[in-house]
Design a protein around this ligand. Structure first.
Ligand SMILES: CC(C)(COP(=O)(O)OP(=O)(O)OC[C@H]1O[C@@H](n2cnc3c(N)ncnc32)[C@H](O)[C@@H]1OP(=O)(O)O)[C@@H](O)C(=O)NCCC(=O)NCCS
Length: 193
C-alpha cells in the first residue's frame, strides 16, 4: 500500500472528526468534533499529519508541542489523537505517524513525548509499548469521567539525534526555498519574454 504522509487540509477536517468519533472515542461522548479540531490545529502549538491512500485518508495524528524557550529548558510533546483505519492496520501506518510526530518533536528540540491511552485498549497499549513507550501511571475517570487512562511516555534520544533531525529539516527547508526561488526566476524570465 503506497501511502503519502502530508499536512492536514481544511477539507480533511470532517473525516478526521468522524475517525475520532468512530475509532478513538468509541463508546464515549464525541468531543473531537470539527470545531474542536479546527481550533486545535489553528493554534501555534498543535501540529497534525495525515496518511493518504488511493481511496482517501488512512490515518492521522495530532500533537501538541511545548517548545523550550532556552536551550536548557525541557520541552514536551503530547500526542493528542492518533487513529488508523481498521482495514489498513498492522502494516506500519500507525508507526509511521508516531515516528513523524517524534521527528517533529526532535526538530523543535523536544525530547519527551507522552500520551494517554484508554486503559481498556490493549491494542493501543501494545502498539505504544512496541514503539518504545512505557506505562507511567493510571488516571481514573480521565475520559468524560467514565474511563481510566494509562499515561505512557518515551524519552527521545539526545543531542546528536536532535542535531541530525535539525540538519535534515534545514536541508528540506533550504531545498524548498531554492525550488521556490527557481520557480520565481523562471516566472520572471517568462514575464520578460
Ligand atoms: C493503535 C493503532 C493506531 C495502531 O495502528 P497500526 O497501523 O495498526 O500500527 P502498526 O501497524 O504500526 O503496528 C506496530 C506494532 O504495534 C503493535 N500492535 C499494533 N496493533 C496491535 C494489536 N492489535 N495487538 C498487539 N500489538 C499490536 C505490534 O507490535 C505492531 O507490529 P507488528 O504488526 O509487526 O506486530 C490502531 O490500532 C488504531 O487506530 N486504534 C484505534 C485508535 C487508538 O487506539 N489510537 C491510539 C490512542 S489515541
Amino acid at each position: 500500500m503506497d501511502l503519502q504522509l502530508g499536512g492536514v487540509r481544511q477539507s480533511d477536517i470532517a473525516a478526521l472528526a468522524r475517525m475520532s468519533r468512530d475509532l478513538i472515542e468509541v463508546g464515549l461522548p464525541w468531543t473531537w468534533r470539527r470545531q474542536r479540531l479546527v481550533r486545535a490545529l489553528l493554534r501555534d502549538d498543535h501540529v497534525g499529519a495525515v496518511l493518504r491512500g488511493e481511496a482517501g485518508i488512512v490515518g492521522f495524528c495530532v500533537m501538541q508541542l511545548s517548545i523550550p524557550a532556552g536551550s536548557d529548558a525541557a520541552g514536551h510533546a503530547h500526542l493528542v489523537l492518533l487513529a488508523v483505519d481498521p482495514a489498513a492496520r498492522r502494516r506500519g501506518a500507525g508507526s509511521r505517524l508516531v515516528r513523524w510526530a517524534e521527528q517533529t518533536a526532535l526538530v523543535g528540540g523536544v525530547r519527551h513525548v507522552s500520551l494517554e491511552t484508554r486503559a481498556s485498549s490493549e491494542t493501543a497499549r501494545a502498539f505504544y509499548r512496541a514503539l518504545g513507550y512505557r506505562e507511567i501511571r493510571r488516571v481514573e475517570r480521565y475520559y468524560s469521567g467514565r474511563e481510566a487512562a494509562v499515561v505512557m511516555g518515551r524519552e527521545l534520544l539526545g543531542d546528536a539525534e536532535i542535531n541530525r533531525a535539525r540538519v535534515r529539516a534545514d536541508a528540506l527547508v533550504a531545498d524548498a526555498i531554492t525550488r521556490a526561488l527557481d520557480d520565481r526566476r523562471r516566472g520572471w524570465a517568462t514575464a520578460r519574454e
